[in-house]
Ligand binder design. Structure first.
Ligand SMILES: [Mg+2]
Length: 250
């Protein structure tokens, strides 16, 4: 592989969690371990960019042995209580049928997501976005989205839930986090990578130097463990190749 201008740059990876670094169904990160080990050895930071809560992200980071900064929904715009209040108003006013985490017990969240009670209570510890299951028609969903926009709220579709959140999101988070690296390590030439399994993360993928949309087993392939097992590693290898860096040994 020929040398390239980018070869002297230092990579930082911004990674979605659900369906990307974590298996869509089991939330396991076992399949990503070889890629994470490789990135650690290459001194490439893996920065979580996720709508998961702080309570969910901290134990995961500890488990993976990562200590880089991260973005969780905690840092997005609207406070959770304000979002819940607006959703309740909409429900009263327009009769929308949906079920948010705030409407569920921890037991119900555990059942929906296949989580333990403790994990469910971490998932329910929300600060600034509400996951919900839509139980109404597509037409009503369109109306719902329009009403949300009037309140400066966004609706995005994740692998399992819709998410209602304020402005900000993963694009501006990635920009801010990247700035952190530029400012704190000014001697290096940084190159940013974005990894996600969803078009919802387009705002993040648009602001990075190397965007990688991992294959979504939900939309394109039958959801087999095997496919999602190899997905993250493939994405990482693809990103390293895109960076065209011999020094990364790919
Ligand atoms: Mg995802």
């Amino acid at each position: 592989m020929p040398h390239c201008k980018k070869a002297m740059k230092q990579l930082v990876i911004f990674s979605d969690l659900d369906g990307t670094l974590l298996d869509h169904d089991s939330y396991s990160w076992t399949a990503a371990k070889p890629a994470l080990d490789r990135l650690k050895a290459l001194n490439i930071p893996v920065v979580f960019n996720t709508s998961k809560t702080l309570s969910e992200v901290l134990p995961l980071q500890l488990d993976m042995g990562l200590d880089h900064p991260f973005n969780t929904h905690y840092f997005h715009g609207h406070p959770y209580k304000a979002i819940r209040r607006i959703l309740q108003q909409f429900r009263d006013q327009y009769d929308f049928r949906f079920k948010g985490f705030g409407d569920c017990s921890h037991r119900e969240i555990a059942d929906f997501c296949g989580l333990s009670q403790e994990e469910a209570s971490q998932a329910a510890d929300r600060k600034a976005s509400e996951p919900l299951i839509w139980e109404d028609s597509d037409k009503m969903l369109e109306k719902f989205e329009k009403q949300l926009a009037k309140e400066s709220l966004h609706l995005t579709r994740g692998g399992r839930f819709y998410h209602v959140s304020g402005k900000g999101g993963k694009g501006s988070a990635a920009k801010k986090l990247f700035k952190h690296y530029l400012e704190n390590f000014p001697g290096r030439k940084w190159l940013s990578v974005g990894l996600s399994d969803s078009f919802n993360d387009l705002p993040m993928l648009e602001v990075v130097d190397i965007p990688v949309l991992a294959r979504s087993e939900k939309s394109q392939q039958p959801a087999t463990k095997h496919l999602s097992d190899i997905k993250y590693t493939q994405s990482v290898v693809h990103a390293l190749r895109q960076a065209q860096c011999e020094r990364y040994g790919v």
